[in-house]
Design a protein around this ligand. Structure first.
Ligand code: HGY
Ligand code: MN
Ligand code: MN
Length: 421
């Protein structure tokens, strides 16, 4: 472990990190200590303006790609060398926690601050990215910014996606890009697909493994696969008091049969398969009208590619088999195979933790992250820190300041090691 790597880790200022986490937690704050910062919302824009302010104050370059992924760049001795990239996302779930995503962005900023403070100039530039729309709660699917940046989907394919209020992604994105340009003196255009030398993302684990093991650092080995579906059931709205049950085309009744059949399909005695119906929209949503239309979502995950593919391919036939008098439309909106991270990046994270006297353990990620798409562009890895009871996507999400600082220190040493490679 090089001297500058340890010096950068030592220059991490945990109080500044805590202070900035608290500032961002005020943007979109909701009762219960949580946040609601939907992608391309006014709250997202305020978060971007605050982040850009840090770069302007430090003289780091600011770049932005056409889907709003925001890059803060600290120059290296070899300006043309591919940068080492870190970062995460600033958007949140509707009832999100104050650490999911934003911790990885601010830990990356803290590394740049530490390098400035320690007067360290790395060979490669180091950049911090804030990915657009990682959560996918407003505009599905999730991890959209990194997905488009890595070329897994084109920008044109997502521009017409609408939120629940009918707002087009293109219009919300346009407002966000305009606000970003207004906040920064000079925003450099960043094309899609620019492959960095490596990508390392710091994130809370969002699961119980590290806390249960009493271990402060997770060396992430990869991310399980996932598939998302939108299923629409079209029946006929009717009068609750007059329409005989025998002739109804009740969209909710049939949707519930489909969901029960899908839960049966996903049943797993080993409790490895993850199956979630997180959204159920009923129309006309009135107590005395028979539902004529239902939309529900499926989030399906598994670490084994073949199992995931088999379950994913069974979703549509399972729904159609439950349809009696209603029409069904099944759309698969996301299909991500499991990824394994680059061995040398995981080894560097592990070596950094050891050099800093921090216990670590290797584990896969149950949650998805932008690192999943970055793994297709460059050697990629993640650093996890524990979160209380593994709770996340919930206002009660909490992480210990000492763990957050330790994770930033491991990130600093890892990034400097990779920037000298
Ligand atoms: O859904 C996920 O796994 C991520 O936390 N957005
Ligand atoms: Mn996240
Ligand atoms: Mn999340």
């Amino acid at each position: 472990m090089r001297g500058p790597s340890l010096a950068a880790a030592a220059a991490i200022d945990g109080d500044r990190l805590q202070d900035r986490l608290a500032r961002f937690a005020c943007i979109g704050a909701i009762p219960g200590n949580g946040v609601n910062r939907a992608a391309f919302s006014a709250e997202d824009i305020r978060a971007r303006e605050l982040l850009v302010g840090y770069a302007v104050a430090r003289g780091w370059d600011i770049a932005c790609d056409p889907i709003g992924n925001l890059f803060l760049r600290r120059g290296g001795l070899e300006p043309q060398a591919p940068a080492v990239l870190t970062g995460s996302h600033m958007d949140s779930q509707p009832r999100g926690g104050r650490f999911d995503g934003i911790y990885g962005v601010l830990a990356g900023v803290e590394v740049l601050e530490a390098l400035d403070a320690a007067g360290i100039r790395t060979r490669r530039p180091i950049e911090v990215v804030a990915w657009s729309n990682e959560e996918g709660g407003r505009f599905a699917p999730c991890t959209m910014g990194s997905m488009v940046h890595a070329g897994a989907r084109s920008l044109d394919e997502v521009l017409d996606i609408r939120d629940a209020q009918g707002v087009r992604l293109a219009d919300a994105l346009s407002d966000t890009l305009a606000a970003t340009r207004a906040a920064a003196p000079a925003v450099i255009h960043r094309p899609f697909g620019l492959a960095p030398a490596a990508y390392v993302e710091a994130h809370i684990e969002q699961g119980p493994v590290l806390e249960t093991a009493g271990c402060p650092i997770g060396v992430v080995t990869g991310i399980q696969g996932m598939q998302w579906f939108e299923i629409e059931v079209e029946g006929e709205s009717a009068h609750a008091g007059t329409a005989p049950l025998s002739t109804r085309r009740d969209a909710l009744r049939e949707a519930l049969s489909m969901i029960a059949a899908l839960q049966q399909l996903a049943a797993d005695p080993q409790d490895v398969t993850r199956f979630t119906v997180g959204r159920l929209r009923v129309s006309p949503d009135s107590p005395n009208s028979v539902p004529g239309h239902v939309l529900f979502t499926v989030d399906l995950r598994h670490p084994d590619a073949d199992t995931l593919a088999r379950l994913g391919d069974a979703v549509e036939p399972t729904c159609r088999a439950q349809a009696r008098h209603c029409a069904v439309r099944v759309r698969r909106t996301l299909a991500d195979a499991p990824v394994r991270f680059a061995a040398h990046v995981a080894d560097t994270v592990e070596r950094s933790a050891r050099a800093l006297g921090l216990p670590s353990l290797r584990l896969p990620s149950g949650a998805t992250h932008d690192a999943l798409y970055m793994a297709s562009l460059c050697p990629t890895g993640m650093v996890f820190v524990p979160c209380e009871r593994g709770i996340s996507h919930n206002e009660a999400e909490h992480a210990d300041p000492a763990d957050l600082t330790a994770g930033a220190r491991v990130l600093a040493a890892t990034l400097v090691e990779l920037a000298e490679r």
